[in-house]
Design a protein around this ligand. Structure first.
Ligand SMILES: Cc1ncc(COP(=O)(O)O)c(C=O)c1O
Length: 454
């Protein structure tokens, strides 16, 4: 028998992570009994908090009935029930659900489906996907390629597929260097018009799809696009016969105060990917919802065959988990709670911003909220990335008993520090007070450290 001290290939092999023994509601508990508020819902996934008995029971019941069937030969009733429920929540033209087990796989599937749709229609050159810098669509090579996370892409540059990028709109730190208020007042939309320019440069006959997060999550910290942005993007895609993929992996299922964030921008995508919130993090479940035009195209031009598939697509235990989670969202009016408490969290964080030396912006929707951290608010002087300020705030908060979601590189891949505040959607006002008080203390401690040094 091999004698190993620790057989886990950790995210960071030099680190020891606290061992969590159980969770309850918004709380996690480690083996020493320390309590943490899960103020980030893990990676913005555990939207219903921890140890939900209904979901646990549904997983047990389904595994007890049948734990696996291969969707090349069989399906289960629960899969149909879940797909129907998802379609009922989705925009009106999106009526078929393809299941995967992670968001990266969902985006890979969407990229391939767009390509097959065009190729089989006779547009053989429509191959290129346009993504955006400082956006994230996953860590598999295809999803990493369309994403714009410079740090994650860099070690694998040679392995990435050919994709193109424009900038994500980030009005507070505009990559096109427009002044935020004037630009919005003039309805400038240089960020959306850049897509048209990029398509002209590449030739529309070579572009298959455009992929975008409706609100940029982990890479920028809940950055909301300016008014009119998605209407213009939709228009450009339509004019050029380009499939619009909206990645709702982080934002879907109520996280931003509506079932899907894209509803807030008044357009319908051609393909919408989802993950995380669908199972509230209880199981690796994700997928894509596809519009009628593409489904009809696959039936007509590809004899109904999408050349793709995974062993765990449509897994019955995952489907039962998703179905139970959607029932809990509904029965416990979780979306309404998110809308209700969101305003309160924003008020608390705005107050914190006013009192803080380093918080320059509070943005987002629902309970996907980002706070931006800068060295000098007046002059917009950014922190040196080496200082790892967002990480330090989170470490300090963890010591005090709450975990947030820190990020860096939101401006150009290197600069730009932020923290995502994204607690479970069923959090109460009392719990919010506790979360905000820990965050206030953590910010204060890091500020003391930062400004003492100078
Ligand atoms: C917007 C977005 N898309 C895709 C992914 C990738 O999902 P997964 O980690 O489940 O593969 C993520 C994960 O954070 C995400 O936030």
């Amino acid at each position: 028998m091999k004698q190993l001290e620790d057989a886990v290939f950790h995210r960071d092999l030099t680190k020891n992570y606290p061992i969590i023994t159980h969770g309850k509601g918004i709380y996690l508990y480690d083996e020493c009994g320390k309590e943490y508020i899960d103020a980030s819902s893990g990676a913005v996934a555990a939207n219903l908090g921890h140890s939900n008995k209904k979901i646990a029971q549904a997983m047990f019941d389904q595994a007890s009935k049948v734990g696996f069937v291969h969707t090349m030969r069989f399906e289960t009733e629960v899969l149909h029930q879940l797909a129907t429920k998802i379609v009922q929540l989705a925009p009106s033209t999106l009526n078929k659900v393809y299941f995967t087990s992670g968001g990266s796989e969902a985006n890979e599937s969407a990229i391939k489906l767009a390509r097959q749709y065009h190729r089989d229609k006779g547009n053989k050159d429509k191959q290129i996907v346009i993504g955006r810098w400082q956006s994230y669509h996953g860590n598999t090579l295809g999803s990493l390629s369309v994403g714009g996370d410079v740090k994650r892409r860099k070690p694998y540059t040679a392995n990435l597929i050919k994709t193109e990028h424009i900038y994500s709109p980030y009005c507070h730190q505009c990559p096109y260097e427009y002044e935020e208020e004037a630009c919005i007042r003039q309805n400038n939309l240089a960020c959306a018009n850049d897509l048209a320019r990029k398509i002209t440069e590449l030739g529309a006959e070579n572009v298959s799809a455009v992929i975008m997060e409706p609100i940029v999550g982990s890479q920028q910290g809940a950055v909301v696009p300016p008014k009119g942005y998605f209407k213009r993007v939709r228009e450009i895609c339509d004019q050029n016969d380009i499939v619009l993929i909206i990645d709702e992996v982080m934002t879907g299922f109520g996280r931003t105060g509506t079932n899907f964030a894209i509803e807030q921008f008044g357009i319908e995508p051609d393909i919408m990917t989802f993950g995380k919130g669908i199972s509230a993090g209880y199981a690796p479940l994700a997928g894509m919802i596809v519009n009628d035009k593409i489904v009809d195209g696959i039936i007509k031009n590809s004899a109904g065959q999408f050349v793709h598939g995974f062993t765990y697509s449509g897994h019955p235990v995952l489907a039962a988990t998703g179905l139970a989670a959607l029932e809990v969202y509904e029965e416990e009016s979780v979306l309404e709670n998110c809308q209700h408490v969101s305003k309160y969290v924003f008020e608390c964080l705005e107050q914190l911003k006013e009192a803080s030396k380093i918080i320059s912006d509070v943005r987002g929707r629902g309970l996907l909220i980002g706070i931006e951290l800068v060295k000098d608010k007046e002059k917009n002087i950014l922190f040196d990335p080496k200082e790892q300020v967002a990480n330090r705030v989170n470490t300090s908060a963890m010591d005090l008993g709450a975990v947030f979601y820190p990020g860096s590189g939101g401006i150009d891949g290197l600069y730009g520090e932020h923290l995502i505040v994204s607690p479970p959607l069923n959090i109460t006002k009392k719990e919010i007070d506790k979360m905000v008080s820990i965050l206030t203390e953590a910010i204060h401690l890091v500020e003391e450290e930062l400004f003492k040094k100078e």
